[in-house]
Design a protein around this ligand. Structure first.
Ligand code: NAD
Ligand code: UDP
Length: 324
């Protein structure tokens, strides 16, 4: 049955792929975004579709609709350089944005899905990270605006659920990559691919031994939609990510190999403060409740992402912040 679905952050990397999937499934999609890190280019192909509407709005200001069935709350800068650029705004976006989404859900009886993050685990001391792990976050460090903002958003989700019976789903997203990542977001996959295509040295921070687990965007979107469609009693939190772990040095070597050319790896820049040393999801819960697991191998996903980066005109993209 066709639903009316609000996607906040819908012009961003993940949000635009989600809008694509929901429109293709026959739903009416309202995409709300302030275009801080999102770009109109990501949704240009949906403009004119009668089932798609774009609204430029900042979620730190309240918003009202008469009838909404589902809300995917994705609005929030996700790359460290972007969320640290205006940390007070980042915290406001997570806290006020989630409150506004929940307020709307309370009134319209919509289900809200919160795009939470593996960053709620901070620099983890338990590995891989199950949902029961409470994390190791520095509350006063440079990543706190994002990590603690997302943790507060999770608290709000569960308080609205307990206090008002609001239907909620919390997904903890692990590092995701793919076409439409902002080329100047400073994240490791976009930096390495952009640098390799340009024949520039790849900038490894620290000695490259820190690890991440990279999930291809199509797998992630499938996980979000499956979570939204679970029975009301399932609230999460649920980890969605690829459990195959790679060091940043291994990622750099893969990107150089797949792009070809003459790029070399440069181990020169210091590791940023509070940069988590290892990160890998325990996806037992997702496998059990959602029958979900990632299907795209890193090499395959990187190839598809490299193709997209080769196809875009970088002059069409304005760097949202100088941090890339
Ligand atoms: P993104 O930066 O591409 O998308 C975020 C979108 O939110 C952008 O379009 C941006 O313009 C919009 N936005 C930011 N602040 C806003 C505000 N105040 N009002 C309205 N819109 C606002 O990042 P993404 O990778 O697509 O991330 C989407 C969501 O998923 C974020 O909430 C992020 O925290 C979460 N997440 C992503 C990853 C990942 O690896 N991509 C990992 C964990 C969590
Ligand atoms: N990183 C790197 N070179 C870059 C960008 C990032 O070595 O050009 C490292 C960063 O220090 C971190 C990892 O890659 O250890 C992942 O960084 P990203 O910003 O993509 O995401 P995070 O998981 O830290 O939020």
């Amino acid at each position: 049955m066709s639903k009316t679905i609000l996607v906040t952050g819908g012009a961003g990397f993940l949000g635009s792929h989600l809008c694509d999937r929901l429109v293709a499934a026959g739903h009416k999609v309202i995409c709300m975004d302030n275009l801080f890190t999102g770009v109109k280019l990501n949704i240009a192909h949906l403009e004119g579709n009668p089932n798609f509407e774009f609204i430029r709005h900042d979620v730190t200001e309240s918003f009202k609709f008469e009838s909404i069935d589902q809300i995917y709350n994705l609005a929030c800068p996700a790359a460290p350089g972007h969320y640290q650029f205006n940390p007070v705004k980042t915290m406001k976006t997570s806290v006020l944005g989630t409150m506004h989404a929940l307020g709307l859900a309370k009134r319209t009886k919509a289900t809200v899905l919160q795009a939470s993050t593996s960053e709620v685990y901070g620099d983890p001391t338990v590995h891989p990270q199950p949902e029961s792990y409470r994390g190791n976050v520095n509350p006063i460090g440079p990543r706190a605006c994002y990590d603690e903002g997302k943790r507060a958003a999770e608290s709000l989700m569960f308080d609205y659920h307990r206090q008002y019976g609001t239907a909620i789903k919390v997904v903890r997203i692990f590092n995701t990559y793919g076409p439409r990542m902002h080329p100047f977001d400073g994240r490791v996959v976009s930096n390495f691919i952009r640098q390799a295509i340009a024949g520039e040295p790849l900038t490894i921070y620290g000695d490259g031994s820190q690890s991440r687990s990279f999930c291809y965007v199509d797998d992630l979107i499938e996980g979000l939609i499956r979570t939204m469609e679970t029975p009301a009693e399932f609230t999460g939190p649920v980890n969605i990510g690829n459990p195959h772990e790679f060091t940043i040095a291994q990622l750099a070597a893969s990107v150089v190999r797949l792009v070809g050319g003459t790029s070399r790896v440069e181990v020169a820049r210091p590791l940023p403060q509070d940069d988590p040393m290892q990160r890998c999801p325990d996806i037992t819960l997702a496998e059990k409740v959602l029958q979900w697991k990632s299907t795209v191998q890193l090499d395959d996903g990187l190839r598809r992402t490299i193709e997209w980066f080769k196809s875009i005109d970088l002059t069409q993209f304005r760097a949202p912040t100088p941090n890339y």
